[in-house]
Design a binder for this molecule. Structure first.
Ligand SMILES: [Fe+2]
Length: 173
């Protein structure tokens, strides 16, 4: 008898190249006006455009100073493409043990494997819009803090929503 697995699936995850092609293609659709985009200064606006056994795709808008906490994506790889505006991405760089900050402009596509730890934020007045994809579909996120050159995991949550409110990290730490 076959052993039971926690998450039976016969669908192979998308490759990083396929993820980047997907977010770029959906970003083109957004630019062409095929998807409604809203902005919400209270809660970062987001909508799931696709979810199946292989991949989930999210459309997100960021008003000024809206951002994530430092996080990874559990066992998922992913990609995102900036549709408009500009995002600032801080990426934890193993080896150097530092956060490196990079500006991501319209048309930029970023792809990442399962061990990628980043923090994304809009520091500009203009609303930023981006398309994100995760494969296998997002199921877990870990949240981190950096103390000097030390990356410390503060919390781990099971979620299928990359925009779910982060746990109260100070209380969790
Ligand atoms: Fe992320």
């Amino acid at each position: 008898m076959e052993p039971m697995t926690a998450r039976p699936t016969t669908v192979a995850p998308l490759s990083l190249a396929e993820l980047a092609a997907l977010t770029s293609s959906v970003a083109d659709d957004v630019s062409a006006g095929l998807h409604e985009v809203h902005a919400d200064e209270e809660n970062r606006w987001h909508v799931r455009l696709r979810c199946d056994d292989q991949v989930d795709v999210w459309l997100i808008s960021w008003t000024q100073e809206q951002g994530t906490q430092l996080h990874d994506h559990g066992g998922s790889s992913g990609a995102f493409t900036v549709v408009s505006g500009e995002l600032s991405e801080a990426v934890w760089t193993p080896g150097a043990e530092v956060l490196r900050e990079t500006s991501r402009s319209a048309g930029d596509a970023v792809l990442f494997g399962e061990h990628y730890v980043h923090d994304v934020r809009n520091v500009r007045p203009e609303v930023a819009v981006s398309v994100h994809a995760y494969s296998p579909p997002l199921s877990q996120m870990n949240y981190y803090d950096v103390d000097g050159h030390q990356l410390t995991r503060l919390a781990s949550v099971w979620t299928d929503d990359p925009e779910a409110p982060a746990p109260d990290l100070r209380a969790a730490s």
